[in-house]
Write a protein that binds this ligand. Sequence first.
Ligand SMILES: [Zn+2]
Length: 81
Amino acid sequence: MESTTEMPHDATVLKDKKAAVRKTVATLGTNDCRWPIGDPQIAGFHFCGEHASDGHPYCKKHTAQASTPARPRPIQNRNWE
Ligand SMILES: [Zn+2]
């Protein structure tokens, strides 16, 4: 018995290609940079998704950005380990 009711994959992939590039909580891989881009409250929020360095949650660029204090603020919630 064959299933003939599936959606045409090609059309779906082409249509959603842009959205598929964006990493969400659902698509973010273990080695994907999880640097948040945008506001979680606003549609379009996603993660960087670049390849993350071993042992780091972010890609090289965002690891540097995360360790560089852009503005003084109390260090807390640094429990990503
Ligand atoms: Zn990144």
